[in-house]
Design a protein around this ligand. Structure first.
Ligand code: AMX
Length: 392
């Protein structure tokens, strides 16, 4: 990949590596997280399951500063995020009011909303822009949910000092017991989904665009467009739809269903991964949370049975590198159980979380090379008619 052939390489590129979506080819370093094929994602060295009960704001600190905050730092960052949310320019999201409820996909609205925030205010300082965007995401998310659902603008005013997730739920107009469960599930969801190494499609796309010195908002909007694909972030929507199609927690019937889907060449959603080679620890965290939040929920019971049955069937096919559950297996069932009944919104939660990890990675790339930043991305493509020395 590198033009400087004298540099030692970690990986020898062969013809068989071409046209594989850069699969497995090292292209850079990542300071926020790494993914162990057997132990899953680690944020700054911490296994994500050890962080699952922490506040999302503390994980923002971890990903930005590369260490956990002390109590004072935790309070200071929470206050800073609340203050930046309060300074949202008036009318920044007005463009969303002109969009037709129910039109497009919710991820399209998220992408437009992020660009709108950037149009209203871009400082050019990627750290300040990142924190402003992170702080304003709860209001953007609630505005999308309400306007796209035809329910008008949030009725109650934004109260960012409640915390990011708490303010989002408040802006949706949900209070009391229902709000408590929503908050519990969403806080864990956000923490688990914030970052997943540097090479996943949305993170890579965001960093690619940012490397041309586009604004944080333009870069993030591109990242969200990448995340919207059904093979990437939109899989969490497909996963609940898949579970609902199964419709029973009887293991024998589930096995029959899985076999018929495979015979029809359809994916078994919630299983398999490009990098992981064991069950994703984020699946286990969410299944444990379901035991606490919604043990008798129909979808949740199906997910639990599917988790046992599907790997046995999938492992009969040696082509499938990882027959185990991935992060998406249970998230839809949990979100549904706490009141989010429309799967087409699930990927926006994923996007909300990733705004945090991708921002942290864009900041790191801008600070690289003693502040000069990473050069503009420019991988090499080989023209099909170009005379070259074959590599194998
Ligand atoms: N169901 C059916 N077939 C599967 C499968 C599954 N769960 N997992 C892998 N396979 C198939 C692949 O489609 C591929 O078939 P092909 O050779 O005909 O193209 C073959 O097995 C080998 O695939 P692989 O090397 O094990 O995985 P991959 O990196 O090509 O694909 C993924 C990874 C996630 C796209 C795939 O496992 C899949 O489609 N899973 C179901 C969808 C899903 O749950 N996606 C969410 C992933 C997590 C995320 O990014 N949000």
């Amino acid at each position: 990949m590198s033009d400087s052939e004298e540099q030692p390489t970690l990986f020898e590129i062969k013809d068989s590596n071409l046209d594989t979506g850069l699969r497995g080819i090292p292209v850079g370093t990542c300071r926020t997280s790494f993914v162990s094929p057997t132990k899953g994602v680690h944020y700054v060295g911490y296994p994500v399951s050890d962080l699952a009960d922490m506040s999302p704001e503390d994980i923002v600190f971890l990903l930005f500063e590369k260490r956990l905050p002390n109590r004072q730092e935790s309070q200071d960052l929470a206050k800073e995020i609340a203050a930046r949310a309060e300074e949202m320019p008036a009318g920044a999201l007005r463009i969303l009011e002109s969009m037709t409820p129910g039109s497009g996909h919710a991820m399209d609205w998220l992408s437009v909303g992020i660009q709108a925030l950037g149009i209203a205010e871009t400082t050019g300082d990627v750290r300040a822009d990142s924190l402003n965007l992170i702080a304003r995401m709860p209001e953007l998310m609630a505005t999308i949910f309400r306007l796209r659902g035809g329910r008008g603008l949030p009725k109650s005013g934004s109260e960012p000092q409640r915390g990011m997730v708490e303010n989002f739920v408040h802006l949706l107009g949900v209070e009391g017991d229902e709000a408590e469960k929503m908050i519990r599930v969403l806080r864990t969801f956000l923490v688990l989904h914030m970052d997943h190494g540097g090479g996943n499609l949305s993170t890579f796309s965001g960093k690619c665009v940012a490397s041309g010195r586009a604004t944080l908002y333009a870069s993030m909007s591109s990242a969200m467009n990448a995340l919207s694909g059904p093979l990437h972030g939109r899989a969490n929507q497909s996963c609940l739809e898949f579970v609902q199609r199964i419709g029973t927690d009887d293991p024998a019937k589930i096995e029959e269903f899985v076999r018929s889907e495979l015979a029809a060449k359809r994916p078994i959603y919630g299983f398999g991964h490009a990098v992981l080679r064991a069950e994703d620890p984020r699946a286990a965290v969410q299944i444990d949370l379901g035991e606490e939040i919604c043990p008798d929920d129909e979808n949740y019971k199906i997910v639990k049975a599917l988790r046992e049955v599907a790997p046995k069937v999938l492992s009969e096919n040696p082509k499938i590198s990882n027959p185990h559950a991935n992060v998406d297996v249970a998230s839809g069932a949990l979100l549904h159980a706490v009141g989010f009944h429309k799967p087409e919104y699930y990927t926006t939660f994923f996007g909300w979380a990733r705004v945090i990890g991708i921002s942290a990675q864009i900041i790191d790339e801008r600070n690289a090379r003693s502040g000069r930043g990473v050069p503009i991305y420019r991988p090499k493509y080989i023209g099909v008619n170009q005379p070259i020395q074959r590599l194998e």
